[in-house]
Write a new protein. Structure first.
Length: 410
């Protein structure tokens, strides 16, 4: 079975995901993705007639992000029409899943050159959500089987069940901001960043727009929890509230609401892409591979709690690789909410000094389907910077799942 080699990984900066306020919010989302694809092509002198397939993640596939945004972005980038593409959705985990699938296609021997990635323009999708606010999309049969609250409420439920205090979670938020500031100030993201331009050719964004350097425990203490306000709002035409939904699964639970804007992932716009190839193809093109894919896995668990699977996914992918946590030099675990990271650290025993060393989504933002591909690139850049070998990347997703991937420098 041939190795799946990572030739390059790049991404856009993350723009603030508010209509009219973020630098990427006025662009068409296809243009954000195509800008990254153009950057990937230029950096690697890529002949796009030789790309077997492009796999792009996008979680909110409606409106401007509908109609197979993967294929439309490839066309918008000016790639040859022979470079086919498709779009998939595994919620937040889409950007890792695209990489896993692209790698699997190479490892199977069916393809030689693939591109994985993801895109999410949250400034746009926040205006397109409609009336249904639950994962079941109004399917009452499914709701009876698996009540699925808002993810922020899930985070507060997990924190309550696990006994995490607000102070513990706020501390993780401060650490994320401090690490992100250090990374930005020292150019740790520079290799990956692709500037994004407006249609008139002027620069839209070439730097991270979301981080809040200088965040302290004192400043976070002044923020009110976000999700109590959601609890008694009707979630759809049934009139059922999130309080009632939670009571279906946890009738006696009194939720301790501890998550707020400072210890939750930021709402941002962005896109990312990863170029992969077989060893034979890479050699023929004269490419120097940066890493190989060691193993891939996906774990599933409780849809009601939804956010608990990064730990199980990490164990599953390590077992497939014949490795242990001690064999991994660096970890990227998406900071959807502080409790996700807190539970991963507690359950696995991994040292926080090896996890999200350049900060995470609490500081940098989480452009849903793009984040996983961004994290793979961040991990690869950091392995090279620190001259280390292996990284494990994982993240929770809606519906109670988590994809994972292990990469190794070559």
């Amino acid at each position: 079975m041939p190795d799946a080699l990572i030739i390059d990984a790049c991404r856009s900066p993350r723009g603030v995901g508010k209509p009219g306020k973020g630098a990427l919010s006025e662009l068409h989302p296809q243009r954000i993705m195509s800008g990254v694809l153009q950057g990937l092509q230029k950096r690697n002198d890529l002949d796009t007639t030789e790309v077997d397939d492009v796999i792009i993640g996008c979680s909110s596939q409606r409106g401007k992000q509908g109609a197979c945004i993967g294929r439309m972005s490839v066309l918008d980038a000016g790639w040859d029409t022979q470079a086919s593409a498709f779009t998939l959705d595994r919620f937040c985990g889409s950007g890792i899943t695209t990489a896993n699938l692209a790698a699997a296609n190479i490892m199977s021997g069916m393809e030689d050159c693939t591109v994985a990635g993801g895109v999410e323009q949250m400034s746009y999708t926040s205006t397109q959500r409609g009336d249904v606010a639950t994962m079941d999309m109004g399917n009452l049969h499914l709701r009876g089987m698996h009540p699925q609250p808002h993810q922020g409420i899930c985070a507060d439920i997990i924190a309550t069940l696990e006994g995490f205090s607000r102070e513990e979670l706020d501390q993780l938020g401060v650490i994320s901001q401090d690490r992100a500031k250090h990374a930005i100030d020292n150019g740790h993201f520079d290799r990956a960043l692709i500037p994004i331009y407006k249609d008139d050719g002027t620069l839209a964004l070439d730097r991270e727009e979301f981080p809040r350097p200088g965040t302290t425990m004192e400043s976070l203490a002044g923020l009110n929890p976000v999700f109590p306000a959601f609890m008694d709002l009707p979630i759809d035409a049934t009139g059922e509230t999130f309080t009632q939904l939670v009571k279906r699964a946890y009738p006696d639970l009194e939720i301790n609401h501890v998550h707020h804007a400072g210890n939750s992932s930021g709402v941002v716009d962005g896109a990312a892409a990863i170029l992969m190839a077989s060893p034979e193809f890479a050699k023929a093109k004269g490419w120097k591979p940066r890493a190989r894919v060691v193993a891939m896995a996906t774990a599933g668990g409780s849809p009601t709690l939804m956010l608990n699977e990064p730990g199980p996914a990490a164990r599953k992918v390590l077992k497939k690789a014949g490795m242990t946590f001690d064999d991994i030099d660096l970890f990227e675990v998406n900071e959807a909410f502080a409790v996700v990271l807190a539970k991963f650290l507690r359950d696995t025993g991994v040292d926080h000094d090896k996890v999200n060393v350049n900060g995470g989504a609490m500081a940098l933002g989480h452009p849903i389907a793009a984040t996983g591909s961004m994290l793979i690139g961040t991990a690869l850049d950091e392995l090279e910077r620190q001259d280390k070998q292996t990284a494990l990347i994982t993240m929770c997703t809606g519906g109670g799942m988590a994809p994972a991937i292990i990469i190794e420098r070559v």
